[in-house]
Design a protein around this ligand. Structure first.
Ligand code: GAL
Length: 369
């Protein structure tokens, strides 16, 4: 009898072991990215898929062309295919219905780089310290204009742009920058041309926000400022929330004779190749490097830990606590939020994203030539 029990235990252990392996090899992770018009999301989707496959999962990526309805259909399709985890970079809070469907199916949902607003019916949000992204953008303007040595007798002039009003990240990018710039504005060494919100909750924020992160909207608004609120000054800086918008703003400035010889300090984010080359050529002033390969690897490690029920401990991340905990507020409650560290890039350290392997060999050669 004892022999039969021992054999049964061995068979049960073997079955659970092989079931586990089969589950990993067959476990599907659905990856839903917002769009491809901002190039970084193409890299994110591919990095997430590659990392998941390396860790023994099945993975499928879809990009939603900045249409939340499309993304929700893509999430439903992942769930129909039996996805056990979803990694979602959403477009707007319309994603909530897809999150509710995933919850009903018992699938893990990780909000990727953009918080899912309007619900906290999911486990984790993983992103960069977006408030620090803004602080770095603000600091690059302070450094670029040497505002610490500025005087109210000869104030410098700035125009403000923000990201999409549907993207909570845009709030934190703006607030981080404004919290760095406000003391200089209050000292009178920096003046704002155009709408001037001090906080993203003010109505004026909606006037500087850029729907869908669309470059054409930012370019048109910059053209309007040049013949409107900024017609009587020569701008010394423009707060641009990411590279796509920064380059569009520079395009509009270049068409104005006042900026042919000298461009304002224009910020950015995402270390896109075209912007790195623009910085190298003395046009864009700075960008913020968010190593999305690290973000993707961290997200897959997080998914793997949640799927296997092990304690969450993701290298290279900090838990958003204290004054950073607001980054994890969804509007209805708080979700566990893991943050990676962003890095300011100027002409002085273009090698940082290159050394991180963020570019192709050809791109790296062009940057370092
Ligand atoms: C934000 C993201 C930024 C920026 C923007 C445009 O949510 O954190 O990296 O690229 O979207 O897609």
């Amino acid at each position: 009898m004892r022999k039969i029990v021992a054999i049964l235990i061995v068979l049960l252990l073997a079955a659970s072991f092989f079931a586990g392996c089969k589950r990993d090899a067959g476990t599907l992770i659905g990856i839903a990215m917002p769009e491809t018009h901002v190039l970084r999301w193409v890299k994110d989707g591919n990095s997430l898929r590659d990392e998941a496959v390396t860790r023994g999962y099945r993975a499928e990526v879809q990009w939603a062309d900045a249409d939340q309805r499309i993304q929700n259909q893509q999430v439903s399709s992942f769930l129909t295919q039996g996805a056990k985890a979803l990694i979602i970079g959403n477009i707007n809070d319309g994603v909530g219905s897809a999150v509710a469907e995933a919850s009903r199916e018992g699938a893990i949902v990780i909000a990727y780089d953009r918080i899912i607003q309007g619900t906290h019916d999911y486990g984790y949000y993983i992103t960069f310290n977006n408030y620090k992204v803004g602080q770095l953008q603000g600091q690059s303007i302070v450094d670029g204009l040497n505002l610490d040595a500025g005087t109210a007798a000869s104030p410098r002039h700035i125009a403000l742009f923000a990201g999409s009003p549907t993207d909570a990240n845009a709030n934190f990018f703006f607030q981080g920058a404004m919290d760095v710039l406000l003391p200089h504005i209050e000292r009178g060494v920096l003046t704002v041309a155009g709408p001037f919100p001090r906080h993203y909750s003010e109505p004026a924020f909606q006037q500087i926000a850029t729907e869908g992160w669309r470059a054409d909207i930012a370019k048109a608004r910059m053209e309007g400022l040049l013949i409107g609120d900024a017609r009587a000054v020569v701008l010394d800086a423009v707060l641009a929330p990411n590279d796509t918008l920064g380059r569009a703003i520079i395009e509009a400035l270049r068409a104005d004779a006042r900026y042919h010889a000298r461009l304002p300090v224009v910020t950015g984010q995402d270390a896109e190749f075209d912007s790195i080359m623009s910085i190298k050529n003395g046009e864009q002033y700075s960008t913020v490097f968010k190593d999305t390969a690290l973000l993707a690897a961290a997200a897959i490690i997080l998914a793997d830990q949640l799927l296997s029920g092990t304690a969450v401990d993701v290298p290279g991340t900090i838990l958003a606590e204290g004054e950073l905990s607001e980054i994890g507020f969804t509007g209805t409650g708080y979700v566990n939020t893991l943050l990676l560290d962003p890095i300011l890039i100027t002409r002085d350290n273009l090698n940082v994203p290159v050394d991180a392997g963020f570019f192709s060999e050809d791109e790296a050669a062009q940057i370092m030539r």
